[in-house]
Design a protein around this ligand. Structure first.
Ligand code: ATP
Ligand code: MG
Length: 231
């Protein structure tokens, strides 16, 4: 893999099996993301965006194909290896936040730091506080997720994704459940992180988000395609 490429996926395919029905979702999907690049993947609802992102983040396994992040390859990697990759290399923002309701904002944000290959509780706590302050949540550290607005929950999820200082941020519709103004504010935070050098892959159905990325791929008919110019 070249020095400039951080994440590379080749020939990914995924079919879900429900009872006797096969649901093919991805077929021969390949992509590469350079260090520091912001890639957007645009696709309609049901096109397989979340599925693809879960594969890239090691949250699910592909039927065929390979994924490489830095010098680490994972395809059929055992769960322990995937856990380590997830914790140390990938920051994941889920479509529906997935914050733990019984934990505070700070506890949620520092949670990944405490897994075996995380940065540890002490560093994690100070880094979580730093990120939450940067995202304007300094007055919400000890609140529970239910006491937060959607935008605040999303910023908490973003802090959690970044607490282990990952190589790449994978974000699934990071503004999907927010109103336009709150969504813009999250995008500004993401753009700011990108300016600081963070590599990002964002999946979305929203052209306005995709337009802010360095490069856009579309997911359509189970395949990924380059988009020269967004209208
Ligand atoms: N666990 C699963 N089992 C079976 N089918 C699934 C599963 N997850 C997703 N699917 C199917 O795979 C297809 C792609 O789903 P996916 O969630 O990846 O789409 P998406 O592009 O993220 O959609 P949205 O924009 O609505 O979030 C859909 O047809 C969905 O019904
Ligand atoms: Mg989705």
């Amino acid at each position: 893999m070249s020095d400039t490429i951080l994440l590379q996926a080749q020939g990914l395919a995924k079919t879900y099996h429900l009872d006797r029905v096969d649901v093919p979702v991805l077929d021969d999907c390949s992509l590469s993301v350079d260090k520091g690049e912001w890639l957007a993947i645009l696709g309609a609802s049901g096109s397989g965006k979340s599925t693809l992102l879960h594969l890239l983040g090691g949250l699910d396994t592909a039927d065929t194909g390979s994924i490489q992040i830095g010098e680490t390859s994972f395809g059929g990697a055992p769960p322990s290896v995937l856990d380590r990759i997830r914790a140390s290399r990938v920051g994941f923002v889920f479509q529906l936040y997935h914050l733990l309701p019984e934990l505070t904002v700070l506890e949620n944000a520092m949670l990944p730091a405490t897994v075996p290959s995380g940065v540890g509780a002490v560093s994690g706590r100070s880094r979580a506080i730093e990120l939450l302050e940067r995202f304007g949540l300094q007055d919400r550290l000890h609140h529970r997720p239910r006491e937060l607005s959607g935008g605040e929950r999303q910023r908490t999820a973003l802090a959690r994704a970044l607490v282990n200082d990952p190589d790449v941020l994978l974000a699934d519709e990071p503004t999907g459940n927010l109103d336009a103004k709150t969504g813009e504010a999250i995008l500004d935070v993401l753009a700011d992180l990108h300016r600081d050098g963070l590599t990002m892959v964002i999946v979305t159905h929203d052209h306005a988000i995709a337009r802010r990325a360095d490069r856009v791929l579309t997911l359509h008919g189970r395949r990924l395609q380059e988009v020269p110019e967004l209208s």
